[in-house]
Design a protein around this ligand. Structure first.
Ligand SMILES: NC(=O)c1ccc[n+]([C@@H]2O[C@H](COP(=O)([O-])OP(=O)(O)OC[C@H]3O[C@@H](n4cnc5c(N)ncnc54)[C@H](OP(=O)(O)O)[C@@H]3O)[C@@H](O)[C@H]2O)c1
Length: 302
């Protein structure tokens, strides 16, 4: 998948490129599944140019799961045929073949589907970082915005595993899912602060914002200490209020990916898959993502 200039989804094209050859320390992966993420859409349409500029032609995608095709010189941790989960920092996973440094790979547990495996790097490490950042522990009451989204659905489950009571802000269609995962669903929109106070008796220990658009201010208004507020979407609020902004970058390691994958394999963590698309329908996949209405992840199947 390539794009040659910033723009809307119509700049995305599936093209034939040369077969990559693994160099020292690299593996060539035949991608079985690769998640898509809102940040990729922001990079593609140029909104992140100051922070993370693109160079053209650009590929896209970090998340991946697949089968090792071949390895480069000096690689003995993996060999052809191994099933792996990992990531690339080269915006390259939305492809049939991708080169990956082997330290970005871990074995795929047999009990994890390809879709879930290919979707868990960005969302999983981000959720892991956010829960760790606010120090969620047993007895805490934690509010999560975007509680059914790709990241939020994992934050909710990880915070529950840490023993917290979790209030999940979500649309009505996701309330049953939140209940089934041990969270208390609360509708967002007008009156949300009062609804949160009602179900928490006015006491909230931590707030994890995965949506932006004012939830950090809401958290401060609820009396949550700034060091127990983490946002992955509202960087202006981070500057203004000094809340935390821990995301993928602070938890990106093969060990964390493996930990999340193991939880999924043992059935302790659901990686909800909203929908899968063939690579050829990459534009449709990002069109759906832009609606911001998915529960869990949208995944490309090259
Ligand atoms: N900093 C980092 O490391 C990092 C990493 C990953 C993602 N991010 C950012 O984090 C954000 C979330 O990513 P994601 O992949 O989880 O997105 P996503 O899956 O597209 O999120 C979709 C969710 O947003 C919810 N939503 C829509 N309108 C809402 C509102 N007004 N209030 C609360 N929730 C609302 C929807 O809930 P309902 O369907 O229930 O309405 C839906 O479940 C994005 O901005 C992304 O760029 C940052």
């Amino acid at each position: 998948m390539r794009f040659d200039s910033y723009g809307d989804i119509d700049v995305l094209n599936v093209v034939e490129v040369e077969r990559p050859v693994p160099g020292p320390g690299e593996a060539l992966i035949a991608v079985k599944a690769a998640g898509i993420n809102p940040g990729e859409a922001s990079i593609r349409n140029g909104l992140m140019h100051e922070r993370w500029p693109a160079t053209f032609p650009s590929g896209e995608g970090s998340d991946l799961a697949g089968v090792v095709e071949s390895v480069g010189p000096g690689v003995d941790a993996f060999s052809a045929g191994d099933e792996v989960i990992g990531w690339t920092d080269q915006r390259a996973s939305h492809a049939e073949l991708v080169l990956v440094p082997v330290e970005h790979l871990t074995g795929k547990p047999a009990g994890v589907s390809w879709e879930a495996a290919g979707a868990l790097f960005v969302a999983g490490t981000t959720a892991y970082a956010a829960v760790r950042a606010v120090g969620v522990s047993a007895g805490d009451t934690v509010v999560v915005s975007g509680a059914a989204g790709g990241v939020g659905s994992l934050v909710v489950q990880l915070a529950r595993r840490a023993g917290a009571a979790v209030i999940g802000l979500a649309g009505e269609t996701n309330h049953q899912w939140l209940l089934e995962h041990g969270a208390i669903p609360v509708a967002y929109g007008d009156g949300v602060a009062d609804r949160i106070r009602e179900v928490t008796d006015g006491h909230v220990d931590a707030f994890i914002d995965t949506f932006g658009g004012g939830y950090v201010d809401l958290a401060v208004g609820l009396g949550v200490a700034v060091d127990r507020i983490n946002t992955i979407a509202d960087f202006a609020a981070v500057e203004r209020l000094g809340v935390q902004a821990q995301g993928t970058a602070t938890a990106a390691s093969a060990d964390v990916v493996r930990e999340i994958a193991d939880l999924a394999a043992e059935g302790s963590l659901e990686i909800p898959i909203a929908r899968t698309y063939p690579l050829a329908e990459v534009r449709e996949a990002y069109r759906e993502l832009a609606q911001r209405k998915t529960r869990g992840k949208i995944v490309l199947l090259p």
